[in-house]
Ligand binder design. Structure first.
Ligand SMILES: Nc1ncnc2c1ncn2[C@@H]1O[C@H](COP(=O)(O)OP(=O)(O)OP(=O)(O)O)[C@@H](O)[C@H]1O
Ligand SMILES: [Mg+2]
Length: 291
C-alpha cells in the first residue's frame, strides 16, 4: 500500500539509518536532538534498536527509568507499541533532563517485535500509524528515529514513518558498500511503500582529517553523492564516548568545543538556517578534486 497521500502535521520525521554498526547513529540522534531542543524545537527521539543505547545515552536506565531515581510510567514500552494495537506510542514517551527533549526508549524486549512483526498485517507501517494515532506530529516540531544496524522490519518501519533519512557514514573502508546497500533498500521502499521518502543528508562521522583512508573516503563520498553529502563533517573526538557514558549531550560535557559545535552546525544545516546555505543546504556542497 502506498501511503503518501496520508495527512501530515507539523513535525518533520527523520530516520537515522545505516546498516553498518557503530557509525554514530545513536550519537547523532542524541546530539542533533539535543541541539534541536536547545534551538527551541519541541523534539522527540524514538528508539527502534533493542540495544537501547538511546535512552542510556540520555541518562535513563534500561526500560526508561531515570538512572538516578524514580521510574517513569511507560518507559521501555516500545515492544508493546508494536505488538498491542491499543497501546499508544505516547505511553512510551518519557522526559529527559534536557528541556524540550523527550524520548521513547527501547530495551532488548523489542527484539521479539522484529520476529513477530514478520507475520503481522501491514507490518511495515505499524510505527507510522502509531505516530499518527498518538498525534505526535502535532505535539512536536522534530521527531528523530534511531535505527538498529540492520535493514530488517523495524528499520523499514522507520523508513515508512519518516519524511526523510539522515545517513551517518564513518569515513572508513567499506563505507561506500554499506551506503550502496542502503540506497538499494531506499529504492525498494520508494517503489513499494513510500515514494516521497527523501534523503536529508549523508553525514560523514568519526572523521580523522589526518588519516589518509579517511581523506580518500571523504573525497569519494563527495564525488559520488555531491548533492547529498552534508557540509558538516563530524570529526572523531573522545568527548563523544565520554558524553554517552555520562548520559549527557555533548554540549553539556564539552560546552563550546569543536565536538559540540559540529552537531549545532549539522542542526542548522539541516534546517537550512545557517545564513549562507540555501534550501536544505545540499546545493552548496563543494565539488572536491580527487587526485
Ligand atoms: N564523532 C565521534 N567521535 C568519536 N567517537 C564517536 C563519535 N561518534 C560516535 N562515537 C562513538 O562510537 C561508538 C558507536 O557510536 P554510536 O553508538 O553512536 O553508533 P551507532 O551507529 O548508533 O551504533 P549501532 O549500530 O551499534 O547502533 C560509541 O562509543 C560512540 O560514543
Ligand atoms: Mg545505535
Amino acid at each position: 500500500m502506498v501511503m503518501d497521500n496520508m495527512k501530515t502535521g507539523s513535525a518533520d520525521i527523520t530516520a537515522v539509518v545505516q546498516e553498518k554498526g557503530g557509525v554514530g547513529k545513536t550519537t547523532t540522534v542524541i546530539n542533533l536532538g539535543a541541539w534541536y531542543a536547545r534551538l527551541g524545537h519541541r523534539t522527540l527521539l524514538i528508539d527502534l534498536d533493542p540495544q537501547g543505547n538511546l535512552g542510556k545515552g540520555l541518562g535513563l536506565a534500561p526500560g526508561g527509568s531515570r538512572a538516578s531515581g524514580a521510574r517513569r510510567e511507560g518507559g521501555g514500552a516500545m515492544y508493546r507499541v508494536f505488538r498491542d494495537p491499543d497501546y499508544g506510542l505516547e505511553r512510551a514517551v518519557v522526559q529527559t533532563d534536557v528541556p524540550g527533549l523527550d524520548v521513547a526508549p527501547a530495551d532488548n524486549g523489542l527484539e521479539a517485535a522484529e520476529v513477530e512483526l514478520i507475520l503481522a498485517l501491514s507490518r511495515e507501517s505499524v510505527l507510522r500509524r502509531k505516530i499518527e494515532a498518538a498525534g505526535l506530529r502535532e505535539r512536536y516540531d522534530r521527531i528523530l528515529l534511531d535505527c538498529r544496524p540492520s535493514l530488517g522490519v523495524l528499520t523499514v518501519n522507520a523508513m515508512v514513518a519518516a519524511d526523510q533519512l539522515l545517513i551517518p557514514v564513518e569515513t572508513q573502508y567499506f563505507a561506500l558498500e554499506a551506503l550502496e546497500t542502503l540506497m538499494d533498500v531506499l529504492k525498494g521502499v520508494r517503489e513499494t511503500l513510500h515514494p516521497g521518502l527523501r534523503v536529508a543528508g549523508i553525514v560523514p562521522t568519526k572523521h580523522e582529517a589526518r588519516v589518509r583512508v579517511c581523506q580518500v573516503t571523504l573525497d569519494l563520498l563527495r564525488q559520488r553523492y555531491p548533492q547529498l553529502l552534508t557540509q558538516t563533517v563530524i570529526r572523531k573526538f573522545v568527548a563523544f564516548p565520554e558524553a554517552q557514558l555520562r548520559g549527557l549531550p555533548i554540549y553539556t560535557v564539552a560546552p563550546g568545543s569543536e565536538a559540540a559545535e559540529a552537531y549545532r552546525a549539522l542542526a542548522l544545516e539541516l534546517d537550512g538556517a545557517s545564513g549562507d546555505v540555501p534550501g536544505n543546504g545540499r546545493a552548496l556542497t563543494a565539488p572536491v578534486a580527487v587526485g
